[in-house]
Structure formats: C-alpha cells, structure tokens
Design a protein around this ligand. Structure first.
Ligand SMILES: Nc1ncnc2c1ncn2[C@@H]1O[C@H](COP(=O)(O)OP(=O)(O)OP(=O)(O)O)[C@@H](O)[C@H]1O
Length: 254
C-alpha cells in the first residue's frame, strides 16, 4: 500500500512557541485518520504544515513520495468553519470554482463551461447541487460545511484534510457529513481533526493524539493513561459519559 503522507522528525515553532516537536507519522493510502488533542495541542498546525501553509522548523513532510511543497495539488483542505466569512457576497457554485486553484486570482477571469460543469458535479457529490446559485449567507451550518467539502474536492485531490468539520452543525447534519466522508473515503485518504469522540470511535480507522508531541498513534481506542497525558484530567470529564466508546470497557471504579 502506498504511503500518502510521510512525516519525519517534524517540529514547528512560531517564534519562541514550539507548537509541534519531533513528530513521526505515516498515513497510508485509503486511511481515515482522526487527530485529537487539547486546545493548543498543535492539530491545526500539523494540518497547515502538511499543506505547506507554514514553514517547518525541522524535519520533512512527503506527499506520495515527493516533498510536500511540490505535491500540494494532491490535497484538498476543508478549513475550520469559524474561520470563514459567511457574509461575503458569493454564491455556492462560485465558491467551488475558486477551489480550482490552477486559475489563481487573475482579474476578469472567466471560468469555462467545463469548469462550471465540474463545480456543479462537486456540489452534486456532496448533495447540495440545488443550492448552486444561492448566496452562502443563506446556507445552514450543515450545508455550508458540505459546500466547503465540495470546494476541497474541486482539484480532485487524493487526500482530504478537514479541520473540525462538525464543530458548528446539529446532530442530523453531523451524521450526514460523516456518512459523506465515509463514502469519500472509498476513493480518498482522509485526515480529520476533531473533538468529536463519537466520530472517532465509530468512523475513523486510525487515531493520532497530539499534545505538542505525538502521544499516541494506532487503533481508535485509547487508554486512560494516554487521555491523562493528553488532557491532564480523567477521561470521563472529557468524554461526557461516552468514554467506553473510545476506551476499552472499564469498570467505574477503575
Ligand atoms: N500564528 C501563530 N502565531 C503564534 N503562535 C501560534 C500561531 N498559531 C498557533 N500558535 C500556537 O501554537 C500552539 C498550537 O496551536 P494550534 O492552533 O495548532 O492548536 P490546536 O490543537 O489546533 O488548537 P485548537 O483545538 O484550539 O484549535 C498554541 O500554543 C498556539 O497558541
């Protein structure tokens, strides 16, 4: 099986802040990797480093055996919802068209009919083609999240990186998004940052736990010791009553 992402000895500093240190992580093609960890644990930094949006301080990242900066077109990125301006006056189909990075942002550029057809297909792929001409300000949280996924698909990436795709949506939309991601995972490698323990337990195939360093990488089942290393508090406080779904069944008094 091919290695989609190969990370060796990665450290990332922002000035004096060391956000990530000595990360070694391989992601195989077809994997559905969940990344979890506390606020400030470096999850977004890891995604941004893979994407080449921030410089690495030490170490290397390879995407399909090439330096990551030379192979960025293999990756589609779904940013954190809260970082997007929904009031910007733009329609859904236009958002997906902007995902076709090859055109850059040249002034007076006109997209071809083929570009528009491709964008429409991506909206159809995520189930919101009927909203193609709607302004993004008029979308629900779940619809907007699916639009961001359609935009990421515009370059036909082999790898999809998502930063908390279910953070701002209700339970029904959340389920729909994870069903969509499961379908997409049949043809794409998925790397997902999430605080959603239910998603981790039922959907992801592998789990990485980040708290500055890579505390755990393996099956999506972690023990109390790892949770304490990650969050510094008992797991039950974090999982809000569903620890057994992520943790091996354990007695209450343990
Ligand atoms: N642009 C930046 N400049 C300086 N420090 C930064 C910058 N971005 C992140 N950091 C710091 O790097 C560390 C890791 O942040 P990061 O956003 O990657 O964590 P995270 O795990 O994604 O957090 P969250 O769950 O809150 O989104 C934090 O200490 C943060 O304050």
């Amino acid at each position: 099986m091919e290695t989609a992402v190969h990370i060796t000895n990665l450290s990332v500093n922002y000035g004096k802040t060391q956000a990530l240190q000595n990360i070694f992580l391989d992601v195989s093609e077809g994997e559905f990797l969940g990344i979890m960890g506390p606020n400030g644990g470096g999850k977004s930094t890891l995604l941004k480093a893979i994407l080449g949006l921030i410089p690495v301080t030490t170490g290397q990242i390879q995407i399909y055996n090439k330096a990551h900066m030379k192979n960025r077109s293999e990756i589609g990125y779904v940013p954190q919802f809260s970082n997007m301006d929904k009031q910007f006056p733009i329609s859904c189909i236009e958002v997906v068209l902007t995902g076709q990075l090859k055109h850059g942002l040249a002034p007076f550029f006109h997209y071809s009919k083929k570009d528009k057809m491709t964008a429409w297909e991506k909206l159809e792929r995520v189930g919101i083609e009927k909203l193609a001409n709607r302004q993004i300000a008029e979308l629900s949280g779940g619809e907007f999240q699916r639009l961001l996924i359609a935009r990421a698909l515009a370059v036909n990436p082999r790898i999809l990186l998502l930063d908390e795709p279910t953070a701002s949506v209700d339970a029904v939309s959340r389920e729909q998004i994870f069903t969509l991601l499961e379908e997409l995972n049949r043809e794409k490698t998925i790397i997902l940052v999430t605080h959603d323990l239910l998603a981790i337990s039922s959907k992801v195939k592998k789990l990485a736990c980040l708290n500055g360093t890579l505390v755990y990488h393996g099956e999506p089942e972690v023990n109390d010791k790892i949770m304490k290393q990650l969050y510094g508090c008992p797991v039950d406080l974090i999982a809000h009553g569903v620890p057994h779904r992520v943790l091996r069944e354990h007695k209450e008094e343990e």
